[in-house]
Design a protein around this ligand. Sequence first.
Ligand SMILES: Cc1cc2nc3c(=O)[nH]c(=O)nc-3n(C[C@H](O)[C@H](O)[C@H](O)COP(=O)(O)OP(=O)(O)OC[C@H]3O[C@@H](n4cnc5c(N)ncnc54)[C@H](O)[C@@H]3O)c2cc1C
Length: 283
Amino acid sequence: MMILVLLLLSVTLVTGVTPVSVIIVGAGMSGISAAKQLQDAGIHDFLILEATNRIGGRIHKTQFGGHAIEKGANWLHGVGGLEKNPMFEIAKTIKLKNYYSDFSNVSLNTYKQEGGLYPKEEVETALSKAESNEKFGTEFAKTLTDNKLVDDDMSLLAVERLNHMEPKTPLERMIDFYSFDGEQAEAPRVTSLKHILPRPEFTLYGEGEYFVADERGFEGIVHEIVKTRLAYKDGRVIDARLYYNKVLLLSVDLVNGLFKSVSLFISQFRKIRNSILNISRRE
Ligand SMILES: Cc1cc2nc3c(=O)[nH]c(=O)nc-3n(C[C@H](O)[C@H](O)[C@H](O)COP(=O)(O)OP(=O)(O)OC[C@H]3O[C@@H](n4cnc5c(N)ncnc54)[C@H](O)[C@@H]3O)c2cc1C
């Protein structure tokens, strides 16, 4: 997950626009969800700075052969458990087309670099290693403290080595890639065990997985969240609080491992002092 930075500013933002309490960096699902929470809580004086000219971040469709296909998120993970998955509920509300798809056919559809299919049994063996690593890691994570700030963590790669199942062959590494790198947007050697296992989407919402195949794209969910809360027209947020093509550059001085001072530079804004910084850790 992208680091979402909420800056609670104790000073007036000298921008030529109304002072704000909160700046949200990034209009991906996290940023949009933060805006929704603020709006629903009656806090309306926020800004969203988005580096690109669109919302959705890694939820992003494109056109291929005359149809919308996903460049990023495609599966609604975690359905059918005791708690309702809010994303799945929105998908139902807007009738976003989706199909049950739990990866069980992967062993029949895995291709070699040089062409041709891998034998089913070979893929199943590699898959069972990845599953073993996830199971081992999930159990191991229970021995670590729940306090995410206490540093008793380890990388997923360390877990794989402890489990004597470090992926080695191209097939094992490919399955490791889609099991972990693809899900976490970072490699097992830098992925924190206790922040990702057990996987909360499944423990909270159930084991079901659904593949979105809809011309509106997975991003239809993001747009549904935003369109009743921010000014919105013709499929685009036109709210004055959302700045497209604005990149936040943050410089932080670290002394003895602590934040000493934070300077915030935004191209059109002046330097701001005395801000309170609240950074959510990668989950
Ligand atoms: C190929 C792929 C497949 C995936 N498949 C799935 C899936 O099937 N199911 C699933 O649930 N998840 C999937 N994911 C993960 C999912 O897309 C992400 O977890 C989720 O979209 C992250 O949302 P976010 O808002 O935290 O971050 P992002 O979507 O990365 O949003 C961050 C936003 O911040 C902006 N930004 C970044 N830096 C700055 C800056 N300095 N200043 C201003 N703006 C900035 C970016 O432009 C972006 O819009 C997949 C991801 C990828 C890449």
